[in-house]
Ligand binder design. Structure first.
Ligand SMILES: [Zn+2]
Length: 157
């Protein structure tokens, strides 16, 4: 029996569908590891991102950062969910750099859905939500994190 999502079913559906749609935008000829990410804004819009690689490997950007950079650069700073999907048939977590970038703009408790490629998966992992989706948040993925509030603290010269 799967645990219950914190998201409304319609928001969860938008996010999962958005992540699969976003993955179609991947440019990943080097890693051959397509990733799609969808951010749900507080006013109900979906912002999609895919991983975009480069012949100069360091120029690559992940799907999660593509989505957040697109949103923030359009003036959107308020989010209520994120979904990430790859071509792997299990939930795959955002990399460390993406976790830190997300930390700047999303709440520690905002639901993050890690969606298996074969969603809805017949996974019998009881810690997952419906369809084999792992639902987590930054509190769990990036514990004891450093964020913008730390720069507001009084400090010496
Ligand atoms: Zn990343």
């Amino acid at each position: 029996m799967a645990i219950t999502s914190k998201l409304k079913p319609e928001d969860r559906k938008l996010l999962i569908e958005g992540a699969f749609e976003a993955k179609k935008g991947t440019y990943s000829p080097y890693s051959k590891f397509p990733v799609g990410a969808a951010l749900l804004t507080s006013d109900g819009k979906i912002i999609k991102g895919a991983n975009i690689e480069n012949a100069s490997y360091g120029g690559a950007i992940c799907a999660e950062r593509t989505a957040i950079v697109k949103a923030v650069s359009e003036g959107i700073r308020s989010f209520s969910g994120l979904a990430v999907v790859t071509n792997v048939e299990k939930p795959i977590s955002p990399c460390g750099m993406c976790r830190q970038v997300l930390r700047e703009f999303v709440s520690l408790k905002m639901p993050i859905l890690l969606v298996p490629a074969n969603y809805p998966s017949p996974s019998d992992d009881e810690t997952f939500t419906e369809g084999g989706v792992r639902e987590t948040d930054l509190d769990e993925l990036l514990p004891d994190s450093f964020g913008p509030e730390e720069l507001e603290l009084p400090r010496g010269e």
